[in-house]
Design a protein. Structure first.
Length: 380
């Protein structure tokens, strides 16, 4: 299964492409297709989850950073990784074993999600903590159990009164995990051109809706579609050749600079910056995995990989950690040393909780999902 992790045997060749003509581009593409892991993307995951934490620190000291865009980064990554996985399986086997795919996805996402949801239920409904949020959790629980989280929080209830509200994004992603593989690799099986054409039409429609109405849901699915489109482009040799020419040694640094600038513009309320943001994330993905650079090396460093591989658990638990930290350190509205200390402590406590959950729940369930998925694929 393709996932962020340790570097595969084709890694060095895959990152050293783009400067030696078509022959080197072809070699680079073959090496890229041979890579089983993208540890650089763990660094990007780490950045995304840290941004999300800044968005949820109370008091508003970090609001100008626009940290909520970290979720958009996760959406682009999800579209890219899921489509890359499916495209490679389709190329290797002639089809995608969707049953095995759903088993792996389920074991990757559901066990940890249900454990943290149970903790919230115990914390609020059983122990009576944060009584002002009891009614909100009781209202949202049926949505949480059916992965319609975003419906509960964005169209039915004020999110601020609902514990575990950050899981609205899981409602979006779970629908994507079902709809896109079925459409692209069952309905359009064996028709890669039609697959790309449908995706371009959908993406164009989402862009029009977002620019015309500012609808939040269009931006969410736009980010997922951009990740999918990037994966299809890199899977094709011609698309890889074009992308590799954009992935020079300074490309990642330039992408980071643009991303930071766009982040600040979003935090400052510039609406157009939101539409640009997922494209910049896609550029950064290309720069990280197709060219070696100091930024790519930092992204695949051990600390970045540790945080990135625990980013899902951190995303699920960081609001609990903030409750604990902010009872000790009161949140501030100004960017002061106290605000920085509160953020650092919240991130550290969140990582500690996520690390324990990763070792005891997440990693064992992922391994079980792979085994069961392999059996399901062999059986079909």
């Amino acid at each position: 299964m393709l996932r962020p992790g340790s570097v595969g045997s084709g890694d060095a060749a895959a990152r050293g492409t783009g400067d030696g003509g078509d022959a080197n581009a072809r070699l680079g593409h073959a090496a890229y297709l041979a890579r089983r892991h993208f540890p650089e993307l763990d660094g990007l995951r780490a950045l995304c989850v840290l941004l999300v934490i800044t968005a949820h620190v109370h008091g508003g000291a970090w609001t100008p950073l626009g940290g909520a865009q970290g979720v958009i980064g996760f959406f682009v990554l999800s579209g890219f990784l899921i489509t890359t996985l499916c495209a490679r399986e389709a190329s290797a086997l002639g089809r995608v074993a969707l049953g095995a795919f759903f088993v792996r996805r389920g074991f990757r996402i559901l066990p940890l999600y249900l454990v943290v949801l149970a903790a919230y239920v115990a914390f609020v409904l059983v122990l009576g903590q944060e009584p002002d949020k009891r009614a909100g959790l009781e209202f949202a629980l049926p949505y949480y159990l059916t992965f319609t989280n975003e419906i509960a929080l964005y169209w039915s209830h004020p999110a601020g009164a609902v514990p575990f509200f950050q899981t609205w994004s899981l409602g979006v992603e779970e629908k994507f995990y079902v709809a896109w593989p079925v459409l692209a690799y069952a309905v359009l099986a064996g028709r890669p051109r039609a697959r790309g054409a449908v995706l371009i039409v959908v993406l164009a429609g989402l862009l029009v809706v977002q620019l015309a109405t500012g609808a939040a849901w269009a931006g969410w699915y736009e980010a997922l579609a951009i990740g999918c489109l990037l994966a299809l482009a890199l899977h094709a040799e011609r698309g890889y050749r074009v992308a590799s020419r954009l992935a020079g040694p300074w490309s990642a640094a330039a992408a980071v600079v643009v991303l930071v600038a766009d982040q600040l513009l979003v935090g400052g309320g510039v609406s157009l910056a939101r539409s640009v943001y997922p494209w910049v994330v896609a550029w950064l993905i290309v720069a990280l995995i197709l060219a070696d650079s100091s930024v790519a090396r930092a992204a695949r460093s051990r600390p970045a990989v540790l945080v990135g591989t625990r980013s899902y658990g951190m995303y699920l638990t960081h609001l609990l950690a903030l409750v604990v930290v902010e009872r000790w350190l009161r949140p501030t509205t100004a960017l002061t040393p106290a605000a920085l200390l509160s953020l650092v402590l919240a991130a550290a406590v969140t990582f500690g909780i996520a690390d324990v959950l990763h070792r005891t729940v997440e990693a064992p369930m992922i391994r079980m999902g792979r085994r069961l998925g392999d059996r399901a694929r062999s059986a079909t």
